[in-house]
Structures are given as structure tokens and as C-alpha cells.
Design a protein around this ligand. Structure first.
Ligand code: SF4
Length: 170
């Protein structure tokens, strides 16, 4: 494992490149560009694969972060995506807007030891955006169609509903 992971001692923390202010003023697109594949693998490999992964402990969805980081470091992006979406119905959204600094990244063990957190949010965004590009994102297959409105439901109930549909219990 040390071959591919625990590189935080040699590789510094890096976020995707920030886009020029002038360009952003013109198009109002995102602040950061996408990671390139090699950079995503490199940054994932900084993870120390903690026995007690505080990133996961502090994730409200209990995302299996250490495992999808390892899969990304190994170039197994499809498996990384499948694992990531198995606990999260919208990883491309969470990768962009979750308060990672207070959740997974803020509690990352290597952040606490002064090496700079693994850039988990950017990785999550990269994995899912790549999955969309590759056509790996498929609609959930439902066994029976039900007329149910989830418009006013909170996040927990919506998540519960989506997971139930995925398992084909309804
Ligand atoms: S806490 Fe940080 S170093 Fe530990 S498993 Fe999570 S991402 Fe990796």
C-alpha cells in the first residue's frame, strides 16, 4: 500500500488551478478548473489510509473516502465513482458545495498533523465529473413507479427514499 499511498510526506497539497479573475468575470463559471487525471491520482495518493478515518467519521453521509481515494490513486476511476455514489446521490454537488473545511477535510488526520489536508472535495468532484464524461452515470432503475412527491422532504428523507429505490425495495 505504501507504494501508492501515504505520499503526504513527499507530495504537497494542491488544489485544482484557480481561473483568472478576468475570465471568470466574463463567463461566471466556476472558480477552479478541473484536476487533470495525473494530478488527481497524485493528490489522492497523499492519503494515509487511516485506521480510524476521521474524514469519514465527520462526513454526514459516512462516505467511504479512504477507499475511493485509494482507487483513484490506483487509476481505478470507475470503481471509485461507484463507491462514491453508493452513499451519496449527488457527489458532484457535494464535491462543490459541502463545507469540507469543517467536515472531512477539516478533520483529515494529515491536516491535523500539519501536512495539509487531502483535497477530498476536489477529488469527489473530479471522480464524478469524469464519470459523467465517460457515461458511467446511469439513472436509477425502479421496480415499480409510485406517485410520490418528495418536494417538501428534508435531506434525510430524500436520501432514504433514493436508497430504498436503489435497493429496489419499492
Ligand atoms: S483522514 Fe485524511 S489521511 Fe486519513 S483516511 Fe481520511 S483523507 Fe486519508
Amino acid at each position: 500500500m505504501t507504494d501508492k499511498m501515504l505520499k503526504f510526506v513527499k507530495i504537497g497539497q494542491q488544489t485544482p488551478p484557480k481561473r483568472e479573475v478576468g475570465t471568470r468575470k466574463e463567463d461566471f463559471n466556476e472558480i477552479y478548473d478541473e484536476f487533470i487525471n495525473q494530478k488527481a491520482q497524485e493528490q489522492s495518493s497523499r492519503c494515509s489510509q487511516c485506521g480510524v478515518p476521521f474524514c469519514q467519521v465527520h462526513c454526514p453521509l459516512s462516505n467511504n473516502i479512504p477507499d475511493w481515494l485509494k482507487l483513484t490513486a490506483e487509476g481505478r476511476l470507475k470503481e471509485a465513482y461507484e463507491l462514491s455514489q453508493s452513499t451519496n446521490n449527488m457527489p458532484e454537488v457535494c464535491g462543490r458545495i459541502c463545507p469540507q473545511d469543517r467536515l472531512c477535510e477539516g478533520n483529515c488526520v494529515i491536516e491535523q498533523s500539519g501536512h495539509g489536508t487531502v483535497t477530498i472535495g476536489s477529488m469527489e468532484k473530479y471522480i464524478t465529473d469524469n464519470a459523467w464524461e465517460q457515461g458511467w452515470v446511469k439513472p436509477i432503475e425502479v421496480k415499480y413507479e409510485r406517485d410520490q412527491s418528495v418536494g417538501n422532504w428534508g435531506r434525510t428523507r430524500r436520501t432514504c427514499c433514493c436508497r430504498t429505490i436503489k435497493k429496489r425495495w419499492i
